[in-house]
Every structure is written in structure tokens, then in C-alpha cells.
Design a protein around this ligand. Structure first.
Ligand code: GN1
Ligand code: MG
Length: 357
């Protein structure tokens, strides 16, 4: 089933595994994510009560053990709910049998509450939004600071490991179709000159933490006015990791003139003032829960993660778009080019603050 088509009858049948659902008044795909298929559902329960929900089909080619993903989400949600945590927590709705997933016909589904009167963005419209979003992720990390990261499953091994991403790129080059390899040529050459940066960042000895691993602005729900963060969503990759993973994605998604989907490389540039807002907001959110070596590593996080994202998009382009969902043929190439231009721009501006270069 594609991300955009789903029959009401199918939705009702799946929802009935979770809740006593009598009918569905609204069913709409939510685009934005590259991996799972997500639907907003307005359901009517047997007693007449109305519930707004998020129904999601997990991509089990990528999340091979989805029950582990759900265990991580549920455990961290429980931890946050027991704290003085100001944002809403995205806790899964269990099935009537108490499971966090429902599988049928090789499809695996889960359900979340839908937080109404919210909106989301793909870039930060101003420094204030960047500051608030970074605060939310810093605070999220701080509130999970006393959760033993080793208790979480590693649901995607080596997720932010640069050496693995380079190996995957090398393998993709060997198997790529001629036309795609030819199109990638120039970009590939540019990226290759900087790969040592990924390797160096892998070996930075930083404390193990609970990291979100997809801390981009589109994974934050804001209030209706688009001002205050309401909830951090998409906890699929919550795993043991390093602080630079989350700060890196904040910088990648916000300290830029455009989103990762912009096709024109001429429009892509780093925004230094936005970066400063992110750093201040993130540190405020952490409120002291940061080691000196983590603080020193922050400026290097954005270029690192942005280059890695470029490598990942290019790898997928060379492999024939098997990982990230695309709307048109060269989209992964455009995404990879966008991220590489952003990496170069970031690196230039932050040069004297990078602990590895
Ligand atoms: C993927 O599907 P989505 O948009 O939540 C990816 C992230 C990338 C991101 C790029 C499991 O996330 O690592 O940074 O796209 N998630 C996975 O926007 O690979
Ligand atoms: Mg994600």
C-alpha cells in the first residue's frame, strides 16, 4: 500500500485491534517522513466518543525488529511522564491484547494519539523558533539524562557511524547503474574529499546518552500559532548515542536558508545567526547537563551530521532509491547535493570552532 492510499474499511479493521471503533469520519495521509506510512484518523468509538489518532505502518525493511522500537519508545515515554516534563509525551496506544503493535498480511501497525491544534515546519522561520526547538531537544535529552541508555535496544546498529556510511557508499558505487553513477560523478568527487571528517568524528570519545537520533525541526509539533513546541515526535530511533547526534540534526535542519528538499543548490546556505540561537537554546534546555567535552564538540556536530546525511542520500540514489521515499526520479540526488552544499557552507563559517577538521 502506498503512503497515500488506504481504504476506510481497512483503517477500521486495523483500528478495531486497538480500540472499540464504530466508524471513521476522516482519514488522510500525512506526508513528510521518508520511511513509515502515516495517516491521521478521526475515529468514532462504540459509545459515540470521537478520537483523533495517528495510525502508522512501520517500514519493517528498515526497522527490522519493530517490537524493540516500541519498547524503547514506551520505556522513555514512561520515564518522561514520571518527571516534571513540560511537553506532551507521545505514548503508544496498546492493542486490546496489550501489545504495542498489530501485524497482518506482512504489515505492522501502531497507533498514537493525535495532538490537535498543532502545526509543524520543515525549516525554522526565525531565530526564536530555532531557539525554542533547540531548547525542547536539549530539555528532552536532559530529562532522559538519568535513564540508563544501555537499557535501550540498538534498533538500527551503527546508525550514526560515519565509517559504516562510507562503506555503504563504496558498495553502492560498485553496484550502481551507469547513468546514476555518471550523474553522481561530480558530487561524489566533492564528498570523497571530505570523508575523513566523518571518520574523525566517529572516534570522538563522548558520553553515552539517550539520543533521539532524528532531532530535526519537522519532528516537533508546535502550537497553532507556530510559536511554542508542544511535543517531540518520531521516537523511532531513540537509542543509546551521543549528544552531537541530536545537536547535529538541529543545526542541519534549521541553520539553513532552505529545507533538505530544496532542489536548487544556489539557494542553500548556512545561517550563522540561526546557529547561535540553536546553541544558546540547546544549552538552556540542557540546563547544565552537559560535559565540557560535549560542549566543545557542539560546533562540529552540524557539519558532521550534514555530510553523513549527504552520503546517505547519495548512497540511496546510487542504489536506486530503496531506502528514502522519493516523489520523482532524481530526488535523492538533489537531497544529497543540497546537504553537501550546506556542509561546505557550515564548515566555512564554523572553521575556527571545529575540534576536528
Ligand atoms: C529519515 O523518515 P524520517 O524523515 O523520520 C531518517 C533519518 C534522516 C532523515 C532525513 C530511520 O527520517 O535518519 O536524518 O530521514 N531515519 C531513518 O530527513 O533512517
Ligand atoms: Mg525519523
Amino acid at each position: 500500500m502506498s503512503n497515500s492510499r488506504m481504504k476506510q474499511a481497512t483503517a477500521i479493521q486495523i483500528l478495531q485491534q486497538f480500540l472499540d471503533v464504530a466508524g471513521v469520519e476522516g482519514l488522510a495521509p500525512l506526508s513528510g517522513g521518508h520511511i513509515n506510512s502515516t495517516f491521521r484518523v478521526d475515529a468514532v468509538l462504540a459509545g459515540g466518543r470521537r478520537e483523533k489518532l495517528i495510525l502508522q505502518k512501520i517500514n519493517t525493511h528498515i526497522f527490522k525488529k519493530p517490537e524493540r522500537v516500541m519498547e524503547n519508545i514506551a520505556a522513555t515515554a514512561r520515564h518522561l511522564s514520571g518527571k516534571d516534563y513540560k511537553l506532551k509525551v507521545m505514548s503508544p496506544v496498546p492493542t486490546l491484547n496489550g501489545s504495542l503493535l498489530y501485524s497482518e498480511n506482512s504489515e505492522t501497525w501502531r497507533l498514537f494519539p493525535f495532538f490537535g491544534n498543532t502545526t509543524c515546519f520543515f525549516t525554522a522561520k526565525d531565530d526564536e523558533t530555532a531557539h525554542r526547538t533547540a531548547w525542547a531537544f536539549g530539555n528532552f535529552m536532559a530529562k532522559l539524562g538519568d535513564f540508563d541508555a544501555k537499557k535501550l535496544h540498538i534498533t538500527i546498529p551503527d546508525f550514526h557511524n560515519g565509517i559504516l556510511r562510507i562503506k555503504q557508499l563504496d558498495a553502492a558505487i560498485k553496484e550502481a547503474k551507469k547513468d546514476r553513477l555518471a550523474q553522481a560523478g561530480e558530487l561524489l568527487k566533492g564528498i570523497t574529499e571530505h570523508l575523513v571528517y566523518l571518520k574523525k568524528m566517529d572516534s570522538l570519545p563522548l558520553p553515552l546518552r539517550v539520543a533521539h537520533h532524528d532531532a530535526k525541526i519537522s519532528n516537533v509539533l508546535f502550537d497553532e500559532e507556530g510559536k511554542k513546541p508542544v511535543a517531540i515526535v518520531d521516537l523511532d530511533t531513540i537509542m543509546p548515542g551521543r549528544m552531537i547526534s541530536d545537536f547535529g540534526d538541529l543545526v542541519r535542519s534549521m541553520a539553513c536558508t532552505v529545507s533538505e528538499e530544496e532542489e536548487d543548490p544556489g539557494k542553500v546556505a548556512f545561517v550563522p545567526a540561526r546557529y547561535e540561537a540553536l546553541e544558546v537554546g540547546f544549552l538552556e534546555g540542557l540546563s547544565g547537563a552537559i560535559a565540557m567535552k560535549e560542549k566543545k564538540a557542539l560546533p562540529a556536530a552540524g557539519p558532521w551530521l550534514t555530510l553523513m546525511q549527504s552520503v546517505r542520500f547519495l548512497t540511496d540514489f546510487l542504489r536506486g532509491d530503496v531506502y528514502y521515499r522519493v516523489r520523482y526520479e532524481h530526488q535523492n540526488y538533489h537531497r544529497a547535493r543540497n546537504q553537501f552544499v550546506l556542509f561546505l557552507s557550515m564548515k566555512r563559517h564554523l572553521a575556527d570552532r571545529l575540534i576536528v577538521c
